[in-house]
Design a protein around this ligand. Structure first.
Ligand code: NAD
Ligand code: IPM
Ligand code: MN
Length: 348
């Protein structure tokens, strides 16, 4: 396997170093070959060279079996241009239409919801990842004046909505799950989200064994907190999926715990923790590496390395249960030691 590694900015670099250690340890334990090629694309690289991603960057990424990203975002690049090209650009150009964000609580102690344990918090969010409000259609007219007009259009296509909803049902069907919940705001966004309503009904009709449910996104946020156990699979648009995945991260112990994959089934996909570059945490060896390590495990899952995934998941669980973790989830370890604890659990 050849993996492109983009550590990026801030804590992205620190958590990526730990994910890389774990990938190497998992490969070596099972006698597998893994080649990790680090790409320097980041705010530092942009500020030094003026380049966000090279002209052949997306083609280069397509030559790898998978892509691992730490995080992108730096206060020295206030318009976030490099992150737009590297992160959003890769999602769009490689057509990674599924943003797969599992929400799985490992230990009751980590959940801020009163009385909730691992049995109550175990669902996945499928976030549409190639359209919606993220496409950058729009503009600013008379910017900086009192007459400014700012327009940001939400793009919803039949193809885009259909393929993410179908993916959610296929996932549920393959895993024997009985429910898929779609969340939109069709009561207010009566054009774009009417399409989501139409397509959801159309696709659901083809999966009679799966119960389709629907909430408006505001109610969904409320039900996630009140009764997370009712959810198995949630499918929603790009922006709503972004927001509820940070909410879902808190159920797992915080942003440091949450993993994600940007997928186009059958093609080169990209894996990254849900969190960002956390500039105030950067360079302090305090960031939790588990979200990054769990994202590396999702990458191995997609590449079909079943034994390695089971071993990494077990090692993460052991570290969490034995509190061999960073301070954000009740431990005393630094980022590097928390990574070492998972490597140690993996190697036994
Ligand atoms: P953030 O996720 O970087 O951090 C928010 C807060 O969450 C942190 O202050 C910290 O309290 C906590 N946190 C995040 N990661 C953690 C970890 N590994 N361990 C412990 N605590 C952790 O979000 P932000 O502050 O809104 O964004 C900072 C920058 O990151 C921005 O430039 C933003 O655009 C970017 N960003 C990038 C990505 C990505 O690359 N995928 C994702 C989100 C945000
Ligand atoms: C995420 C991030 C990105 C997004 C930002 C950095 C553009 O928040 O991956 O969740 O909004 O998709
Ligand atoms: Mn986000």
């Amino acid at each position: 396997m050849r993996i492109a590694v983009i550590p990026g900015d801030g804590i992205g670099k620190e958590v990526t170093a730990e994910a890389v250690k774990v990938l190497r340890a998992a490969a070596s334990r099972f006698g597998r070959e893994i080649t990790l090629e680090t790409l320097p694309w980041s705010a530092d690289h942009f500020l030094a060279t003026g380049e966000t991603i090279p002209p052949n960057g997306y083609d280069l990424l397509r030559t790898f079996d998978a892509i691992f990203v730490g995080a992108l975002g730096d206060p020295r690049v206030p318009d976030n241009r490099h992150a737009r090209d590297i992160l959003l650009g890769t999602r769009f150009e490689l057509d990674l239409y599924v943003n797969y964000r599992p929400v799985r609580l490992l230990d009751e102690r980590l959940c801020p919801l009163k009385g909730r344990g691992p049995a109550d918090v175990n669902f996945v969010v499928f976030r549409e990842n190639t359209e919606g409000l993220y496409v950058g259609v729009g503009g600013r007219f008379k910017a900086g004046t009192e007459d400014e007009v700012a327009i940001q259009e939400e793009l919803n296509t039949y193809k885009g909505v259909h393929r993410i909803i179908r993916h959610a049902f296929e996932f549920a069907s393959a895993r024997g799950l009985g429910k898929v919940c779609m969340a939109d705001k069709s009561n207010a966004m009566t054009h774009g989200h009417a399409l989501w309503q139409r397509v959801f009904k159309e696709v659901a009709a083809r999966y009679p064994a799966i119960q389709p449910t629907h909430y408006y996104i505001d109610a969904l946020a409320m039900y996630m907190v009140l009764d997370p156990a009712q959810f198995q699979v949630i499918v929603t648009n790009n922006l709503f999926g972004d927001i509820i995945s940070d909410l879902g991260a808190t159920f797992q112990g915080g942003l440091g715990m949450a993993a994600s994959g940007n997928l186009h089934p059958g093609r080169t996909s990209m894996f990254e923790p849900v969190h960002g570059s956390a500039p105030t945490f950067a360079g302090r060896n305090i960031a939790n590496p588990i979200g990054a390590i769990a994202s590396a495990a999702l990458m191995l899952e997609t590449l079909g390395w079943k034994d390695e995934v089971a071993a990494v998941d077990a090692a993460i669980l052991k570290a969490v249960q034995e509190r061999q973790v960073t301070r954000d989830i009740g431990g005393t370890l630094g980022t590097d030691q928390a990574g070492d604890a998972i490597v140690a659990a993996l190697s036994v």
